[in-house]
Design a protein around this ligand. Structure first.
Ligand SMILES: Nc1ncnc2c1ncn2[C@@H]1O[C@H](COP(=O)(O)OP(=O)(O)OP(=O)(O)O)[C@@H](O)[C@H]1O
Ligand SMILES: [Mg+2]
Length: 494
């Protein structure tokens, strides 16, 4: 059978980085091909060469039997290659419908036919099994909805190859199921699908073929059956995987007065009944489904949103919080959406890392040079892959950007750190390192509130777990096991 796509000998360098060093990659029609590798391995770069975002330095691309060399995503789309990138390029002020058909709006004699726009958008969404208010501005939607909108847009053209770069990073279980159903349907229609993910389970659920990149070279390609989990991880990280270590010690009781305490805290239309005490050395896991109010809770705790009921005490006082005041009180927050809430793409990696320390000090007081050197330490500690911290952060791979944001908060040395999906987009090896780091800092007395869709992460790291259901905190998990937490999340639901 002829390949749908054949890339051969692809080379691509950036200043100081050989991102791809002669990579071969082949996709068959009607096949889901998982592309795996550590942060910075070259996955996104390979896909961007394919879709005309970058020009390769060397190598050939053959699509449906003909040599192609797309010079822009538009050209690639016209050829039948459609992509949803890691960094979604949505227009936040436009509606969901407008985002889906942007650039391809149905026109009538009086200009854009808005009813047809909505119709098309609803059609594209229904292929994903979604019914949404298509007039809502995309910027006001959750990351999950934004991602699904981008996927719907990619499906709105006549694509024969669909490229999905970490599509499930912001989706919850049901949405992942919905997406996989769509992927299955597209596969039956004969589409080839390239799928990048850091979730190993997904490979074994949907992939027909898996290719592993490491440091810009191809290390393995095979069927998932022929590459079981351990082999896959070993291929990715170039050594045997570390053994899963035991859960954290939870025996010791709370130490001293609470650093943070919420009593019936809530915000109308957002989240309510938040009650907890957080002491030094504790990790409070917030468990609940997507949309259960986890992110909203963190936003109240960091002063991004104002509560209108209950009270929040920090170090015993009850300040009216703003993010700035929260920072000065030793509270930090690693937000879920790095693109909107976190990254300053044009600033250097180092400046991005130093920004909280700078804000705490005041904009006018220069940080001493020595402070900036801390960034080098964090680069080593978190293994942030970049040749140069003084280049724009936009040049880092997705996972490495996330690590840089975490570094930012570690440099600021908060006493309470709120973590919203801290391992999103982070590779398997680095996940271990990040949770190891959380554990070390916890032992040194830092306190955390942790939100993660990965129950295993909550169970691994939390010293206690609070359950959120339908935007209310409904109590603590009696036991910190996946089963106990699951059944409490589900309880009361129909
Ligand atoms: N625009 C760019 N400018 C400079 N360097 C870049 C650019 N894009 C990628 N790189 C570098 O190329 C290498 C590969 O990056 P790439 O984004 O392809 O990794 P990835 O496998 O997608 O990783 P992740 O899992 O973190 O998304 C990295 O070292 C990255 O820093
Ligand atoms: Mg990437």
């Amino acid at each position: 059978m002829a390949s749908l796509l054949r890339m051969s000998g692809i080379v691509k360098s950036f200043p100081g980085v050989k991102a791809l060093q002669g990579v071969d990659f082949e996709v068959q029609a009607g096949q889901v091909h998982a592309l795996m590798g550590e942060n910075g391995a070259g996955k996104s770069t390979l896909l961007k060469v394919l879709t005309g975002v970058y020009a390769a330095d060397a190598g050939e691309i053959e699509f449906e039997g003909a040599a192609i060399r797309p010079r822009s995503p538009q050209e690639a789309t016209a050829l039948g290659i459609s992509a949803v990138y890691q960094e979604l390029s949505l227009a936040p002020n436009l509606s969901i419908a407008e985002n889906i058909v942007i650039g391809r709006e149905p026109m009538g004699p009086l200009g854009i036919r808005w009813s047809a726009v909505r119709e098309r958008a609803r059609g594209a969404l229904s292929r994903l099994g979604l019914e949404l208010d298509v007039d809502r501005p995309v910027g006001s939607c959750s990351p999950a909805i934004q991602h699904l909108t981008a996927i719907a847009r990619a499906l709105d053209v006549d694509a024969r190859l669909l490229v999905l770069d970490e599509p499930t990073a912001s989706l919850d279980g049901d949405e992942v199921d919905a997406l996989f159903e769509v992927v299955g349907r597209l596969k039956e229609q004969g589409l080839g699908i390239v799928y990048v993910t850091h979730f190993l389970d997904e490979v074994y659920r949907i992939a027909d073929q898996v290719t592993v990149l490491r440091n810009g070279t191809l290390v393995a390609t095979d069927t998932p059956v022929a590459m079981p989990r351990r082999a896959l991880v070993a291929n990715m990280i170039g050594r045997e995987a570390p053994p899963e270590d035991a859960a954290v010690a939870r025996s010791q009781g709370p130490q001293g007065a609470p650093l943070m305490e919420a009593q019936d805290l809530g915000k109308r239309q957002s989240v309510g009944d938040i009650n907890f005490k957080l002491h030094s050395g504790e990790v409070l896991g917030l468990a609940g489904l997507l949309g259960s109010g986890r992110t909203e809770t963190l936003r109240l705790l960091f002063g991004v949103d104002r509560p209108n009921s209950g009270s929040l005490h920090v170090h015993g006082g009850a300040p009216t919080l703003t993010p700035r005041r929260a920072m000065n009180l030793g509270v930090g927050m690693l937000a879920e959406e790095r693109k909107t809430d976190g990254i300053f793409p044009n600033l250097s990696v180092r400046d991005n890392m130093m920004i909280v320390a700078q804000v705490k000090r005041g904009w006018l007081a220069r940080l001493p040079r020595s402070a900036y050197a801390q960034a080098d330490g964090k680069k080593e500690e978190l293994r942030i892959a970049t040749p140069d911290l003084d280049r724009p952060i936009a040049g880092l791979s997705g996972g490495n950007q996330q690590k840089a944001l975490l570094a930012r908060w570690l440099i600021a040395q908060p006493q309470v750190l709120l973590l919203d999906e801290p391992t999103r987009g982070i590779d398997v090896g680095a996940k271990f390192e990040i949770f190891g780091l959380v554990e070390r800092l916890r032992e040194q007395g830092m306190a955390f509130v942790l939100v993660s869709s990965e129950l295993s992460e909550i169970v691994h790291s939390s010293t206690k777990v609070a359950i959120l259901r339908d935007r209310r905190m409904v109590g603590d998990a009696p036991e910190i096991t996946e089963e106990a937490i699951m059944s409490q999340i589900a309880e009361g639901g129909e």
